[in-house]
Structure formats: C-alpha cells, structure tokens
Design a protein around this ligand. Structure first.
Ligand code: MGD
Ligand code: MGD
Ligand code: SF4
Ligand code: MO
Length: 714
C-alpha cells in the first residue's frame, strides 16, 4: 500500500504495426523508475481497457535480460553470419556512443565520396508506427545525405494503391460502427488474431443478430468463431468478388440512385461482371466456393441495409493484397459497397485502412527537399524494399547506378521478414558491405552488422500517433528512462546529422518540436488539436464531416471521393488472373503455401521472448497440411518434412489438422536462429511484386513437401 504512494500512471500508445493503436496506461514506480504494470486505457473507446495477449505481457519484453543496451562493434576477424541466440554478443565489443557515431559518420562519408551517396541504403519499416519513430529525423538524414530512397512496400502498398484508385483516399467504416451491421464479411482479415479490438464490436452486432462470414483460405481463430467460413483458394478473390457482382447485377439489386450520384464507369463494370466466366458455377471452379454459397451470399450482401435490415460491413485486411494480383483483388472487393450503396447506412461500408483520417504533416517531418542540398542535388534513386536481396547482390542494386555499399537498418528485421531470404542473407554477409543496425535485441539482422546501436521500446520515448484501424490521435508519453544507453530514432539521426556536418538547424529538432510540426496544418480535421491538448486528453477523435442526423458516413455522398473524377471508380474493371505461383499455374511445385504471421508475435517481434514462445508453442515449427496432400506423400502427423522450392528449403513437423484445405499448406514466421535449420519460411517466398503498388507477394508461393527419413531428420 505504501508503494502506491510512489507510483504514477503515464499514458502511452502501443506503437506496434497493428490497426488498433491502443491507449496504454503504464504504472511507474517512482522510487525505482521502473514500469510495474501496463494496461489498456479504459477511457479509450476502441481500446476499452484491454490489451492483446502479446502486449499485456509487454514488460517481459521491455525488461528482458536480452535487451541490447550499449553500442557495439564487430570484433576484428569475426565473420558476419548467424550465431545461436544468447551467444551473439561474443561477435561484438562494447563501444561508446561517441565512437559509434564517429565511425558511422566517417564510413558513410568515405563510401559516399568513393561510390556516390546512392550507394547508401536505409532499410526501415514499422518497428514503431509513431509519426516520429516511423519517419521523421531519419528521413531528413538520408535525404540530406543523398542516400537511395527506400520504397516501403512490404506490408500494405498494393492495398493502399488499390483503395486510392477506387476512392482517392484511405478512409473507412469506424470500428465502433460495426455494432450496427447485420452482415459482416471478414475478408482476408484475421480479426481475432491481428485486430482484436474490433472483435467486441462484432460480438455486440452478433448479439443483435448479425452474421459473421470469414473469407480466408486458412481456418483462423476468427474463422473458427464465425457463423460461416469460406475457405477460398489463395489469390482468387477478384473472381469471387466478380461472382458476387454478377449475381447482384443479374438480380438488379444494385443501388441505381447511389451509383448515379457517386460512381463512374458503372456500364463497363456491369458488362464485365455479367460475362459468363463470372457466373457462380464458373467462379466456384476457380475459388473452390460452391455456386450456391456465392448466390446466397450475394443476395444477403445486396439486401442488407434495405427494408429495415441492418447493413453490410466488410472488414477487408491486408491478407488479400499479399498476392501477385492482390491490388486488383482489393479494388474488386472495394467496389462492392459502391454497387449496393452500403456506405449510406451507419454500420455499413468497408474498412481496409483509416490512415487517411489523420492529416499528419509528414513532409514537414521528413523534408524531402533536403535531397536538393545533398551531394546528389536531385532526388535519389528508389529501391523497393521487397527487392532487398537483389539490391544487395546486383552490381547496380537491381535498379541502375552504384552497388549498395552501406546498409542502415532500423525499425525492421529484414534478416527474418524480407522475402527471398537466401538472397538477402547472401547480400548481408558481404565483407564489403558496411552495415549498421539500430535495434532492441540481437536478432537475425544484427548477426550481419558491423555496428549495432541500442533502441528504446515505446515506453522509453515520446511520440504522436494516429491509427489505421480507428479515428483517434494520441500522444505517447515517455513513461520510463531509456534502458541502458538506448537512444530513440530522433536522437540517433539528429546526432548523426551533426556528425556529418550538415548545417541545417532541422537536425536539432527534438520530440516536442517535431510533434508540433506534425500537427501544424490548416486542415480542419486537426483544428483545435495541439500537442498540449493531446497531452492533456490522451486521445482525441478526429472529427469528420457529419450528415444531417449527426452521423459520419464516409462515401455516402459524392463530396467524400478524392479520385480525379471525384467519384468512386469502377474502371479499369478488375480482371482476374491466377497468380503465376498458384495451383492454376503449378508445374514442379504443386502446393500453395501460406507463410503466416504468428498469433502471439508481431511479425518477428516477440519471437525471442519466452513468455510469448510459450503462448505460441502449439503452432511453432509446424507445417499444416490437409490429409489428401499428406497421405500420397506418405506423411503422417508429427513427421519431419522438408518444404522446398527453387529458392530454398525449410524443415518443419507435419500437422495434419484441418486448418487448411487440399492443395494449401501453412506455417508461421519465426526467427531463423530459433529454428532447427537456422532459416525461416522466407527462404521460400519470392521478390516478385504485386500488380499495383509494388507490394510483397508472400501469399503467392508454391512449394513441394517431402517426408524426411528419421535419419536425415536428426
Ligand atoms: N498477432 C499478430 N497481429 C498482427 C501482426 C502479427 O504478426 N501478429 N502483424 C500486424 C501487421 S504488420 C499487419 S499488416 C496486420 C495484418 O493483418 P491481416 O491483414 O489480418 O494479416 P494476415 O494475417 O497476413 O492476413 C489475413 C488473412 O488473410 C488470409 N489470406 C491469405 N491469402 C489470402 C487470399 O488470397 N485471399 C483471402 N481472402 N485471404 C487470404 C490469411 O490466411 C490470413 O488469415 O496485422 C497486424 N497485427
Ligand atoms: N513470411 C512472412 N513474412 C512477412 C510477413 C508475413 O506475414 N509472412 N509480413 C510482412 C509484413 S505485413 C510486415 S509489416 C513486415 C514487418 O517487418 P518489420 O517491420 O521488420 O517488423 P518486425 O518483425 O516487427 O521488426 C521490427 C523491428 O523493429 C525494432 N524496433 C521497434 N521499435 C524500434 C525503434 O523505436 N527503433 C528502432 N531502431 N527499432 C525498433 C524491433 O525490435 C523489431 O526487431 O514483415 C513482412 N514479412
Ligand atoms: S499490438 Fe495491437 S492490439 Fe496489441 S496492444 Fe498493440 S495496438 Fe493493441
Ligand atoms: Mo504489415
């Protein structure tokens, strides 16, 4: 009880790459300076007082004995390459921050002079999605340096480009409004695993009679809890969406008044969708979903919202677009509410991303104009992050210009998460590549670093954040001092800018100044939203235009669209092509692989934390198969198997369990060094890009599986 007197509660925001962006209350013991408890903010309307299982155990990560606490340098004569977990630090010697920064500045300067600044490649993604941590001072630094630009495409760029092509802006149905829906489609969306704070709203809708239908080739937690699970063949969503449109149009169930006011290209879409190849029987052959089911779902979808029925909401997530033709698939799905006018009803519409709600001033934070002041004097070349393997192993980085001679990694673990891992690791192993990694842990990427630098967790730094799954802006206060000598991304790149001798005063900006810059805009959505107000209130809802009944209904009227035509775009009409790596085009490698995320990790984050490993123990290291694929290969439950294709191979244990249908196999992302053969599933995935947005195609991967004899297995 006495202890209570010495604690305070700090409002932070979970900065992981998750749509929920939870408000987190951190209890800090003032005597020790330690965080003693984390909990979901009960006053946050979407967090509603709970955290996911991963972050509820966050202190096990923050205070893990394995945290990287000091800058280190590779010892002379220790080659780059993997070391077992717990033994990695033997490759390094501790150095002071000053030495580390001086050495980095000296090396980058020399490399820039000799090979040109574009031979330096930053590599980052979403270790934090705070505005400052994700992209601010780091971008200023690399822009001023003239380094190659990184196209950050590994997650959502196909879907983002697709949504923008149909709507012009990334807006969607508010999670709170899902309670009013009568039909909810979870389309390539593992809500219960990846987006848990939407779940209570769906449960509430179901208490009022809503049906939840999951469209996913894998029987996720979400699918297991749904009213109906449609196990679609991977990469065939365009065909499925066209099948639904076909029935809706054949039955004249489209909303003609809405289409007239709000859309463009309807006649073309109608002619296309009514073609015989989009009739339910034909679509059933492609998608694996019965024609009768397609008929019924199309009628239910179109009739929702009418005659007093509750409306239809689609939770489309990024699973659909991690496929070779995923951009087109997202476009096709995103057109459904335009056809039925579902946007006009509270609780109707679609959510892929709400990120367009927040007019953060990212160009003020990132200052692309600094490229003009760089030695290059022009915008630098662009390298797609999904092609890291090619970038590190080609003499012209795969895009023309100098080879990559320096790699600066932060906010990401490409050694584990990037596709075509064998090429990535071959590249990172190069002796003539200078690699810096800013990290919280020694992992599959630091194994290849020349210098490692300690980074803070979100408890240890201040930031401002929006969300891609709700409408609240939040300040994340610094709850505790950085552990060891950790420095946040802002300080790291500000200091480095000074070491490089950049004269611009923008390298002196600190967190509060940057937050102010992020919020400084005339955009009415940020009117009245200041750093001080966010600090006071924790979270503030971004107000969007309301209708005469006081409801915010995105895309219910024409004013919402931001496409060139100012309307929802049905053209170019979505055309279905089977992915080149899919059953329709399979030759040598017949099985479609789902290289999945783990329910209890965040991509590769948490994979090294024993608490989280225990939560994930039931599925780690397994290859899930259907009996009809296991039997002819002589594979039984528990057998050691090799999963392989032309890019690589991985050893797993077969699990014949009914989570996948015939022709599909599935396994999960893990750290390489925590697997028996030291590689993870990304040795099998390719650097091929999506049809739109240059996205990653993890879910278009063909493999073969064979049983390993017991001798070969040990
Ligand atoms: N627990 C947990 N939560 C996370 C993450 C995590 O790693 N773990 N990662 C975070 C990140 S980075 C992101 S981007 C979001 C992503 O959230 P989601 O988009 O939900 O991510 P995925 O699990 O990749 O894909 C969703 C589902 O799509 C299915 N799918 C695959 N191919 C197809 C297809 O062709 N058609 C259809 N209809 N479905 C398909 C997959 O089987 C999967 O169950 O989640 C975030 N939240
Ligand atoms: N096979 C397969 N591969 C995938 C996916 C998949 O579903 N299957 N998903 C893909 C997707 S959707 C995504 S988004 C990517 C995610 O790829 P990444 O963005 O690389 O995600 P994480 O694996 O979470 O790694 C983030 C790293 O950032 C570090 N970090 C956290 N905060 C900070 C900070 O403040 N500063 C610095 N310097 N570092 C910090 C963490 O310690 C962690 O190691 O993976 C992709 N790869
Ligand atoms: S990972 Fe997602 S659900 Fe979990 S605490 Fe963070 S924002 Fe919330
Ligand atoms: Mo992602």
């Amino acid at each position: 009880m006495a202890g209570k007197l010495h604690t305070r509660v700090v409002h932070a925001v979970c900065s992981h790459d998750c749509p929920d962006s939870c408000g987190v209350l951190v209890t800090v013991d003032d005597l020790s300076g330690r965080a003693v408890k984390v909990q979901g903010d009960p006053s946050h309307p979407v967090t509603r007082g709970f955290l996911c299982a991963k972050v509820a155990r966050y202190l096990d990560r923050v205070y893990s004995p394995d945290r990287l606490l000091y800058p280190m340098r590779r010892r002379p004569n220790v080659p780059k390459g993997p070391l077992p977990q717990g033994r990695e630090s033997a490759a390094f010697e501790r150095i002071f921050w000053d030495e580390a920064l001086d050495e980095i500045a000296t090396r980058l300067h020399a490399i820039s002079t000799e090979h040109g600044p574009e031979s330096i490649l930053p590599y980052s993604y979403a270790g934090t999605i705070g505005q400052l941590g994700y992209g601010s001072m780091d971008r200023r630094f690399f822009h001023r340096l003239g380094a190659s630009q990184l196209d950050r495409t590994i997650c959502s760029s196909a879907g983002g480009a697709a949504l923008t092509s149909v709507y012009g802006v990334r807006l969607g149905t508010a999670p709170e409004d899902f309670v009013h829906a009568g039909l909810i489609l979870a389309w390539g969306a593992n809500i219960h695993g990846n987006n848990i704070h939407l779940w209570p709203f769906i449960e509430e809708a179901r208490r009022h009679g809503a049906r939840l239908v999951v469209i996913d080739p894998y029987k996720t937690r979400t699918a297991a809890l749904a009213d109906e699970h449609l196990a679609i063949n991977p990469g065939t969503d365009t065909a499925f969406a066209l099948g639904l449109m076909h029935v809706i149009l054949r039955e004249s169930l489209e909303d003609t008044a809405y289409i007239e006011h709000c859309t463009e290209g309807f006649a073309e879409l109608k002619a296309h969708a009514l073609r015989p190849e989009h009739a339910p029987e034909a679509v059933a052959r492609v998608t694996g979903i019965d024609a009768a089911v397609i008929e019924r779902l199309a009628l239910q979808y179109a009739q929702a919202g009418r005659h007093g029925r509750r409306p239809a909401a689609i939770r489309l997530n990024y699973g659909v677009q991690r496929s070779e033709n995923g951009g087109t698939a997202v476009r096709a799905v995103a057109m459904l509410p335009l056809l039925t006018g579902a946007w006009q009803y509270v609780g109707g519409g679609l959510q892929l991303s709400t990120s367009g709600t927040f007019p953060f001033q990212s160009s003020a934070l990132q200052m692309p104009e600094l490229m003009q002041a760089s030695p290059l004097g022009r915008p630098a070349r662009v390298i797609n992050m999904n092609r890291l393997g090619e970038a590190l192993t080609s003499p012209d980085a795969g895009v023309g210009g100098p080879p990559v001679k320096a790699l600066f990694v932060y906010n990401s673990n490409p050694g584990a998460v990037a596709p075509n891992q064998n090429a990535v690791l071959r590249g990172m192993r190069r002796d003539d590549l200078f690699t810096v990694v800013h990290e919280q842990f020694l992992n599959d990427t630091t194994d290849y670093a020349d210098i490692v630098l300690p980074a803070p967790s979100f408890l240890e730094t201040k930031d401002v954040q929006g969300a891609y799954g709700h409408h609240f802006a939040q300040i994340s206060q610094q709850a505790i001092d950085p552990l060891g000598e950790a420095r946040n991304n802002v300080r790291l790149f500000g200091e480095l800018g000074r070491r490089m001798g950049f004269p611009e005063s923008c390298f002196d900006d600190r967190e509060d100044a940057l937050i102010d810059q992020a919020l400084a805009t005339d955009d009415p959505r940020f009117s009245g939203i200041t750093r001080q107000r966010l600090e006071r209130e924790g979270h503030v809802r971004i107000e969007m235009p309301k209708n005469s009944e006081g409801a915010t209904l995105p895309f219910s009227t024409q004013e919402w669209f931001r496409t060139p035509s100012g309307r929802g775009e049905f053209t170019p009409v979505p055309i279905f092509h089977a992915p080149s790596e899919s059953r329709a085009n399979a030759t040598v490698y017949p099985l479609e692989l789902l290289p999945r995320k783990a329910d209890n990790y965040m991509n590769s984050t948490f994979a090294n934390i024993p608490t989280h490993q225990r939560m994930e123990a039931k599925t780690a290291g397994l290859l899930e198969m259907h009996a009809s694929d296991a039997d002819p290969r002589g594979i039984a439950n528990g057998d050691e198997v090799e999963v392989f294709n032309a890019r690589g191979s991985i050893r797993l244990r077969a699990h014949v369990d009914g989570h996948v249908t015939a022709g599909v196999v599935a396994t999960r992302l893990d750290w390489n060094k925590l697997t028996p053969d030291g590689v993870n599933v990304n040795v099998l995935t390719s650097e091929r890009l999506t049809d739109l947005g240059g996205g990653a195609t993890f879910y278009s991967t063909l493999v073969e599986v064979r049983k390993l004899s017991p001798v070969a297995a040990d």
